[in-house]
Design a binder for this molecule. Structure first.
Ligand code: ADP
Ligand code: MG
Length: 734
């Protein structure tokens, strides 16, 4: 695997939950998972194997046993990632594991208990605390979105109508990579607001399913946080860095039992397995490092996580395990999956000054509103000074403008007040003036009233502008200002110490792991033997060790092969089921859909590579969407409807042309006199139609039945006309 200078591998941590009460009551067997926290190792015991079989050992970046605290996991494994996001990297945390092993517990935890809050609430806390403690020349904009992927459809959990609308679509842009079109994103100014967003989404998720647990174990939930930060660079210009954080709670990884599953459930199972097995394939392809093609496009989930796996993001995977012996297979699969993911290399990089930063747009809008506001105020100020008789010169310097801003605002307000008072006084004076005529008084008062109205309108507009400006500005969080930091110095110190400890633990573990590897190599090199006997002993020991290792590897190969066979069998089964369904559909098409209808449908079909599905081309081509009316066909000019050349000639010749073009036969009524021979009822019933009378060999009877049976005449003539129509259609179309 090629290692770039800037590349780093996906961090994989494993967490095992405690035995549940039900599992404890099942038997004294105890858990099958042991953990070495110092070395970051998981040791798995096979409950079905003889005790002589070696146990399986896996090493990860960190492991958390059943007594681990939420806070430990966060401080050690998640905090550095969130710090990177705040510095402008993309980051992803995803929880993977069987249903009921604690994915949701790890990601969300119990909200009401501060000790048991999961990764997401801790991340909220971390982000907003960081902002409040950063320098005041930094501006932040925090946005959140929440979506779920259910049955390969993306649903916006913050959109109240998400249940009724079709799933959202994925798009790709060179700037941002893969993104979800039209996804709601909420600007959040505080922890409370972002928690509210999370709650709304969680409720939408619960409402969407009758059985919450069932649903949640079948859908993938993604909570997305975008943190934009603007800071003046050394060049004096403001630079924006955008960090995106994906918090992913995946669907349960257990195999959906396929036998006996049908209909929607089968489809659902197939689709969950599809996106999870697509994820597995992507991880395998990336970990392998040799395959040139990574199948990101196989599912929505893998496309959304494209940046996080082998892309430009930093990624942490939390694999969750249950300790119960009955889930040995699933636990082993999860550990293998996690073990593979360790080898994925990402190339994280900071998103510096992306074009689509919302923060920049906000800043521009705020600047525009401020300019507008200042303009108004300056005008008021100017007027005031004119009234006061002072000369006023506007200073263009921006710095001073900012300093003066408050002063100007005050002065403008003062001016409005003074002006109102002046008008009031004038009104009084006019009313009291005895030399003015009543009419003139009315006129002057009216004028004053108008001026007053204008003044009020202007002030209202200014107030509205100010409100908009303030609302806009409040969305941007300024470092060290917007959020009151409740923590005192002692608490801060405590936090810092805790972080240091976490950092040290992490480093210690890394060193231990490295030492272990180096030890094995070094022992071989340094060994010198004083006697042959000693050498034999040492070599025998080594041989035993290597033999055990060989056995382990052999067992591993056998396991992997078994698993391969199993998943292959499952795939074959799915394939068989799908083939059966396909055959059934073909049968319906062949037997119940006329070939020309089928052709029409086939001609309209096209494949949409973006959506990865077949679609119908629109019936009406796009250019006809313009509101212009179609021109009348040349054959219809002067006539009510288009008419063929033949019919036109016939018309001018005066022959009866009606229906000629349509090829409908005009039959004269058959006036053969009725036959006197009597017919039995039975015969009549037996030969209701012409075609059904081969038993009737008398010609006379034939004509009689043709003449008498009303039903047969209408049906046959209608057949005629139908046939005629069909043959005439191409002619008319010409
Ligand atoms: P998942 O999301 O993987 O299906 P949950 O997170 O819903 O599983 O966990 C199932 C149950 O196990 C919950 O009742 C949860 O409280 C409990 N649980 C999971 N992990 C832990 C843990 N580390 N400590 C204590 N309880 C846990
Ligand atoms: Mg869950």
């Amino acid at each position: 695997m090629s290692k770039n200078k800037s590349s780093e591998s996906v961090k994989v941590v494993v967490r095992c939950r405690p035995l549940s009460r039900k599992e404890e009551s099942n038997g004294p067997a105890g858990g099958i998972v042991q953990m070495d926290l110092r070395l970051g190792q998981v040791i798995l015991r096979n409950p079905r194997a003889p005790p002589s079989e070696p146990q399986k050992t896996f090493t990860f970046d960190a492991v958390y046993d059943s007594s681990s605290k939420q806070r430990d996991l966060y401080d050690e494994s998640v905090r550095p990632l969130i710090d990177s996001v705040l510095a402008g990297f993309n980051g992803t945390i995803f929880a993977y594991g069987q249903t009921g092993t604690g994915k949701t517990y790890t990601m969300q935890g119990l909200w009401l208990d501060p000790e048991k809050q999961g990764v997401i609430p801790n991340a909220f806390d971390h982000i907003f605390t960081h902002i409040s403690r950063s320098q005041s020349d930094k501006q932040y904009l925090v946005r959140a979105s929440y979506l779920e992927i259910y049955l390969e459809e993306i649903r916006d959990l913050l959109d109240p109508n998400h249940g009724n609308t079709r799933g959202l679509e994925l798009r790709e842009s060179p700037e941002t990579g893969v993104y979800v079109q039209d996804l709601t994103s909420c600007v959040c100014k505080s922890i409370k607001e972002i928690e509210e967003v999370m709650n709304v989404g969680n409720q939408a998720r619960a409402v969407g399913a009758t059985d919450m647990n069932e649903h949640s174990s079948r859908s993938h939930a993604l909570f997305l946080i975008t943190v934009e930060c603007s800071q003046p660079g050394p060049d004096g210009r403001k630079h924006i860095r955008v960090g995106r954080l994906n918090l992913v709670d995946l669907a349960g990884s257990e195999r959906q039992a396929k036998t006996g599953v049908q209909g929607d459930r089968l489809k659902e199972a197939a689709k969950i397995n599809l996106s999870l097995s697509a994820l597995g394939n992507v991880i395998s392809a990336l970990a392998d490092g040799r395959s040139s093609h990574v199948p990101y496009r196989d599912s929505k989930l893998t496309r959304l996580l494209q940046d996080s796996l082998g892309g430009n993001a930093k990624t942490v995977m939390v694999a969750t395990l249950g300790p119960a012996p009955q889930h040995y297979d699933e636990t082993l699969t999860t550990l293998r999956y996690a073990n593979r993911a360790k080898n994925i290399q990402n190339q994280p990089r900071v998103n510096e000054d992306p074009k689509d930063a919302l923060l920049r747009e906000f800043q521009k809008e705020i600047a525009r509103l401020r300019a507008q506001l200042n303009h108004r105020r300056f005008r008021s100020k100017q007027k005031k000074e004119q009234v006061d008789g002072e000369a006023w010169e506007r200073d263009g310097d921006e710095e001073e403008e900012e300093v003066e801003e408050e002063e100007v605002e005050k002065e403008a307000e003062e001016f409005v007040k003074l002006e109102e008072q002046r008008l009031e006084k004038e009104n009084e004076a006019i009313r009291e003036d005895q030399f003015l005529l009543a009419e003139e008084k009315q006129k002057l008062l009216g004028e004053n009233e108008k001026m007053m109205g204008d003044l009020r309108k202007r002030q209202e507009a200014t107030e509205q502008l100010t409100a908009r400006y303030k609302a806009m500005e409040s969305k941007l969080l300024v470092g060290g200002k917007n959020i009151i930091d409740h923590t005192n110095e002692q608490q801060k110190m405590l936090e810092m110490k805790r972080q240091e400890i976490a950092e040290q633990t992490r480093r210690e573990r890394e060193m231990q792991q490295q030492m272990l590897i180096q030890d094995e190599e070094a022992v071989e090199l340094r060994e010198t033997f004083t006697s042959l006997q000693q050498e034999v002993e040492a070599k025998t020991k080594k041989l035993k060790k290597l033999y055990a290792k060989l056995q382990c590897t052999k067992a591993e190969i056998k396991d992997v092969n078994d698993e391969h066979v199993r998943s292959r069998q499952e795939l074959e089964q799915t394939q068989n089921e799908l083939t059966r369904e396909l055959k059934f559909k073909y049968l319906i098409i062949e037997n119940f859909i006329p070939p020309e209808e089928k052709n029409k449908i086939m001609n309209r079909l096209m494949f949409d590579p973006d959506e990865d599905e077949w679609k119908f081309k629109p019936l009406v081509p796009d250019e006809s969407k313009s509101s212009q009316m179609k021109k009348r066909p040349a054959s219809a000019v002067g006539y009510k409807r288009p008419i063929s050349q033949y019919a036109r000639v016939a018309l001018s010749m005066g022959t009866r042309s009606r229906y000629r073009a349509e090829n409908i036969m005009l039959l004269e009524l058959d006036m053969t006199p009725p036959n006197t021979s009597a017919l039995t009822d039975g015969e009549q019933n037996q030969s209701p139609t012409l075609n059904n009378s081969p038993t009737n060999n008398k010609g006379i009877c034939k004509s009689r039945s043709w003449y008498q049976s009303q039903k047969s005449i209408t049906s046959s003539s209608s057949n005629n006309s139908l046939a005629g129509c069909q043959t005439a259609t191409p002619a008319a179309a010409m």
